[in-house]
Design a protein around this ligand. Structure first.
Ligand code: GAR
Length: 197
């Protein structure tokens, strides 16, 4: 990562609790003063994403690029890229962004694109990770921050957190336990990248 101003663009699709954890960590840990880094924009593929309102209240630029308005993944990704690139990002952070990205998109942001996935990768790529972990009888579950490659939920692992799977857990109770840890490891992973770079 180079440049004096390290702009961070966050992509969401829903509640944006990871986004909020990152914005709050950036503020509390003074990323701007220490690394020249700041979250500049939050972009969603869904207008209804509740995280957008929170981001707007923080004074961040927000935008919606609705995937439903595009005929192909390539066309959507091209529009998304041009919206992201207005902010000249050093990091593009996927935080509950529920779209599969094209190889062209991934290549464009190579070295700058990170994701959080609610499982201990390489186990349970894809969806319904918590229910699948419960169904398999896993004693532990967790979350992974990783670099994004063209292959879904692959790429270098940057941080992981482990939580126990408890007797009687449902997908929702397990998800809540994992999400609390996501809020710890995502800011930590980003800060480590900023410090390194
Ligand atoms: C998080 O649990 C994140 O790991 C997951 O969506 C949730 C978003 O929550 N991401 C994926 O499943 C990506 N495949 P948030 O909007 O409150 O941050």
């Amino acid at each position: 990562m180079s440049g004096v101003n390290k702009n961070i663009v966050i992509l969401i699709s829903g509640g944006g609790s990871n986004m909020a954890a990152i914005v709050e960590a950036a503020r509390a840990r003074q990323w701007r003063a220490r690394y020249g880094a700041r979250v500049v924009a939050v972009i969603s593929n869904k207008a209804a994403a509740s995280g957008l309102a929170w981001a707007g209240m923080q004074g961040l630029a927000t935008a919606v690029v609705d995937h439903a308005g595009f005929a192909s993944r390539e066309a959507f990704d091209a529009a998304l890229m041009s919206e992201i690139d207005r902010h000249d990002p050093a990091l593009v952070v996927l935080a509950g962004f529920m779209r599969i990205l094209t190889p062209g998109f991934v290549q464009h942001y190579e070295g700058r694109l990170v994701n959080i996935h609610p499982s201990l990768l390489p186990a349970f790529t894809g969806l319904k990770t918590h229910q699948r972990a419960i169904d398999m009888g896993c004693r532990f579950a967790g979350a992974t921050v990783h670099r994004v490659t063209a292959e879904l939920d692959h790429g270098e692992i940057l941080e992981q957190a482990v939580v126990p799977v408890l007797t009687g857990d449902t997908a929702d109770t397990l998800a809540a336990r994992v999400l609390a840890q996501e809020h710890v490891i995502y800011p930590r992973a980003l800060e480590r990248l900023l410090a390194a770079g």
